[in-house]
Design a protein around this ligand. Structure first.
Ligand code: NAD
Ligand code: ATP
Length: 513
């Protein structure tokens, strides 16, 4: 086992062509040793084989050193590229939300205001406690017949506490070390409550396609929201067409025409309603490459792990949410960058992809083992030799990662899951790493084939030898409304959805101690 691990380690170093030669020399040294049977009496040959072993070890160390330097360089390069891309594409406004220049043009009739409480209370990190208010120059709701999305974004406040009482302030210092005693002063995660500071006015509907029951319910809910709460409704272009074909009553609904308008959605929408299963929640989240408005997910699928609300109770549920306050789960997302070996000297990289469940790197249609080198920050983690690897959020822990033997983790636990898929090793147990790390998965140059990355089960991308995938927690989580609270909802899902630990109780009668 020990020698096998050493071999893994030696392969892990082949991250660049310059390391290939030292790898080959090391391999040649070991091959030579294997081919040269040594009799214990032949002292000369024993000495020679020892020398060869030392040379092989030294070669491996050199290559490992190079690999870690390259990993570090790649990380710096990535940070630099990110900075450049952000600078080029974005204009930072308020607390972390960004709108590109083009989007600014689209939004030109609007003025951006930051409320006083925002300036005082924003943590400046994740954009979710942003209280930016997009307002028309003339304040107030503006019904627009041309279906373009305009409106006033409702402001809200998040509080961390048990019952939404006043003690629930978000503390940034979790550990106190007064007089040299280290004490955990604040837990990082408490139940989070969302309280509207101004009324929510615009609701975006995201619905599962090709479902009659979803179509009927969507039309009914939209009508109800309009007539009872005078809410502005935004729907996907497909749904807009369907509704307008059905009835001209739905003339008031808004939609979008292009990707640029999708990028603006988060500045207009106060609330997202999803009608479908978990896949619809994933789809809704994928539309938002930055901040995500709170999601109210109605269950119209089979499993519904992230869809706690019953569609039959939509009136009561929407009334409660629109009134607030309500509990939310802040679901972390992973931001994934594909770094192409062929483009490593170019400044512009591929757009980052945000996933709510996981990114999977697997063998695709190849029948060979996937061979992946994994680094956590700049430390070597391991080589995956098997069907692949799942890098999952805690929300995704109950999806593919669970099927591959990973632990189920409460969605508010700050971690990243590292779960192998069918590893060809007896000792490869899944890991959970802290949320602040950056993971790098590299297809080594000496890999027999390519690997394939997929994002929340979609958008397959081929990773050729030399390509890498870099993942870290995104600053933009997905806030999902809870039926009761984060923990109650999670436990109910694993009981009802997965029948977790279901067993008949042992009867009272029988042998005793
Ligand atoms: N072997 C597996 O279990 C396997 C294989 C491929 C993909 N998946 C999962 O499917 C997801 C994509 O979902 P989809 O609905 O678009 O595809 P899909 O229609 O193939 O559904 C996959 C199933 O996974 C469930 N699911 C999705 N996210 C979940 C979560 N966070 N917790 C518990 N269950 C969850 C869904 O309810 C659904 O039953 C991927 O992100 C991946 O996690 C699982
Ligand atoms: N608005 C949408 N536009 C395009 N595709 C969508 C949309 N909503 C959901 N999908 C896709 O439709 C598929 C099925 O969706 P979903 O998982 O919500 O329903 P389901 O399969 O019936 O539910 P369950 O998985 O619980 O059985 C998913 O792959 C998802 O990506």
């Amino acid at each position: 086992m020990a020698s096998h691990q050493i071999e893994n380690g030696s392969r892990s170093i082949s991250t660049a062509s310059s390391t290939v030669s030292s790898l080959e020399s090391e391999k040649a040294a070991y091959e030579f040793l294997a081919q040269t049977p040594i009799k214990s009496t032949d002292a000369h040959l024993v000495e020679f084989s020892e020398a060869m072993r030392t040379v092989a070890k030294a070669l491996r160390k050199v290559a490992e050193g190079k690999a870690s330097a390259q990993a570090e360089a790649a990380e710096w390069k990535r940070k630099y590229e990110l900075e450049m891309t952000l600078k080029e594409q974005s204009k930072i406004k308020g607390c972390g939300s960004y709108i590109s220049n083009d989007l600014d043009k689209l939004a030109s009739p609007l003025t951006l205001e930051t409320s006083a409480s925002d300036q005082l209370g924003c943590c400046g990190k994740h954009g979710i406690c942003s209280h930016e208010v997009l307002q028309d120059e003339v304040p107030g709701p503006i019904p627009r017949p041309n279906h373009k999305m305009v409106g006033r974004k409702a402001s809200f406040k998040l509080s961390w506490g048990c019952n939404g009482d006043k003690n629930g302030q978000h503390k940034h210092d979790f550990v106190s070390f007064e007089k040299g005693d280290i004490t955990t002063a604040e837990r990082s995660n408490k139940q989070i409550l969302l309280k509207w500071e101004s009324p929510a006015q615009t609701v975006l509907f995201i619905t599962k396609p090709n479902s009659n029951s979803v179509r009927v319910l969507c039309a009914e809910m939209i009508r109800w929201l309009k007539e009872h709460r005078n809410i502005n409704i935004v729907v996907e272009p497909r749904v807009s067409k369907e509704l307008l074909t059905e009835d001209s009553y739905y003339n008031f609904i808004q939609t979008w025409d292009n990707d640029e308008e999708i990028k603006l959605l988060h500045t207009k929408v106060d609330l997202i309603v999803t009608l479908g299963g978990d896949g619809t929640v994933l789809w809704a989240a994928s539309l938002f490459k930055g901040p995500v408005p709170p999601v109210v997910a109605f269950s119209l699928g089979s499993l519904g792990f992230m869809t706690p609300f019953l569609s039959e109770q939509y009136r009561e549920c929407l009334d409660n949410v629109l009134k607030g306050p309500f509990s939310i789960t802040l679901r972390n997302r992973l931001q994934c960058h594909v770094i192409r070996d062929a483009a490593k000297d170019e400044l512009v990289t591929e757009e980052p992809i945000l996933v709510l469940n996981e990114v999977t790197i697997d063998r695709g249609i190849s029948s060979y083992l996937t061979y992946l080198e994994c680094y956590c920050d700049s430390s070597f983690v391991t080589c995956v030799q098997g069907d692949g690897l799942i890098i999952s959020t805690t929300s995704g822990s109950t999806a593919y990662s669970l099927a591959a033997g990973g632990s189920m983790v409460h969605p508010q636990v700050p971690g990243i899951l590292f779960t192998p898929i069918c590893p060809h090793s007896l000792s490869f147990r899944p890991l959970i790493l802290p949320e602040y790390v950056t993971l790098r998965v590299q297809v080594p140059y000496n890999s027999r084939g390519a690997a394939w990355a997929s994002f929340d089960g979609k958008d397959r991308k081929q990773l050729l030898p030399g390509d890498a995938l870099i993942c870290s927690i995104s600053p933009w989580p997905v806030p999902t409304a809870c039926q009761v609270d984060s923990t109650n909802d999670f436990l109910r899902s694993i009981h009802e959805g997965l029948h977790w630990n279901l067993r008949k109780s042992q009867s009272f009668d029988g042998p005793r101690d």
